[in-house]
Structure formats: structure tokens, C-alpha cells
Write a protein that binds this ligand. Structure first.
Ligand code: ATP
Ligand code: MG
Length: 157
């Protein structure tokens, strides 16, 4: 089932503003969502992820997962933070994210384009994709695309 999604573009002028956009997204989560973050190095994916975590009541933010690959926070819903930057597609698939694709958890993925097909097959209640792009100076363009209904396997948002 593909239901028309919502797409909006937001320009932020500072890291603080991107953090606020993240808070806005984090405040609306109820569990089962998958959040895909894409954009170049330094585009602000981790800043946005931090904002999402803050809104979920996570005070001890551990930054981007590197050695651990996956950071799990025991918020309600739980937050699973993944960074695929250093991983090949097959390595990303070996993370076994299926285990976390449940209504009591939210999966948040940086560099989601590294394994987009695999991620599109994970069950979720909603998919939120944020593409971040550099603008002049400290500006960033954030394009947020959400799908408003349950998706079937293989559909991306
Ligand atoms: N408008 C803005 N939004 C977000 N970050 C900004 C903005 N302006 C400046 N910055 C700075 O840009 C950097 C963004 O870094 P961040 O780690 O979030 O990027 P990233 O997309 O996660 O990069 P990487 O792929 O390397 O992990 C930070 O140093 C932040 O302070
Ligand atoms: Mg990052």
C-alpha cells in the first residue's frame, strides 16, 4: 500500500536550528518508525539525530556509533542509532536490524543510502526520510519525507 507521503523542505541557519528540527521529529514518535538520514559528510545528520534523542528524553547521548556499530537507548520507545558510513551493504545487512524493527523501538540510521534496499524491507509503522544538504555558510536544507501509512516490503519513503 503506498499512501501519498508528505514532503517539506526546511532551511536551518545553525546547528542549533537543526537540533530543533530533530526535537520536532523526536516529539512525534510513538514507536515502530524507521528514520533514514542521508547527506554528505558534515551535513548535520548527527546533529539532527541528537535532537531526536533529546526529545525522546535521552540525556546521555553517545554520539555516532563507530566501534559498537549500533547504540541502543532504553527510552520509551527505545532508540536504536546506527551509522552505516563505514559499512558495505552486506555488512549492514549482517547487523540484523530486523530484531529492532518492532513497535517498541525506533530505528535511526545515518548514511541510510548505504543499504537502502535492505532498510526498505524492514517492517515499520512509518518511514521518515531526512535528506540534508549543505547550503552557503552554516545553512542546511533539510528535506523531510514521511509516509503516512503502513508500507509493504520493498517500498521506500
Ligand atoms: N545548519 C546546520 N545544521 C547542522 N549542523 C551545522 C549547521 N551549521 C553548521 N553545522 C556544523 O556542521 C557539523 C555537522 O556535523 P554532523 O556530525 O552532524 O554531520 P554528519 O552529517 O553527521 O557528518 P558525518 O557523515 O561525517 O557523520 C557540526 O560541526 C555542526 O556544528
Ligand atoms: Mg554523523
Amino acid at each position: 500500500m503506498q499512501v501519498a507521503g508528505i514532503r517539506r523542505t526546511i532551511q536551518t541557519l545553525s546547528a542549533e536550528e537543526t537540533l530543533e528540527v530533530g526535537r520536532g521529529i523526536g516529539n512525534r514518535l510513538s514507536g515502530g518508525e524507521i528514520i533514514l538520514l542521508t547527506g554528505d559528510l558534515g551535513a548535520g545528520k548527527s546533529v539532527l539525530a541528537h535532537g531526536i534523542a533529546l526529545a525522546m528524553g535521552i540525556a546521555r547521548w553517545r554520539g555516532s556509533p563507530t566501534f559498537a556499530l549500533v547504540h541502543e537507548y532504553d527510552s520509551l520507545p527505545a532508540l536504536i542509532h546506527v551509522d552505516l558510513y563505514r559499512l558495505r551493504q552486506d555488512e549492514a545487512e549482517a547487523l540484523g536490524l530486523e530484531e529492532y524493527a518492532v513497535p517498541s523501538m525506533v530505528i535511526l540510521v545515518e548514511w541510510a543510502d548505504r543499504a537502502s534496499e535492505y532498510l526498505s524491507e524492514l517492517p515499520r509503522t512509518q518511514c521518515i526520510h531526512v535528506e540534508l544538504a549543505h547550503g552557503p555558510g552554516d545553512t542546511r536544507m533539510l528535506t523531510v519525507t514521511t509516509d503516512t501509512a503502513m508500507q509493504e516490503e520493498g517500498e521506500t519513503c
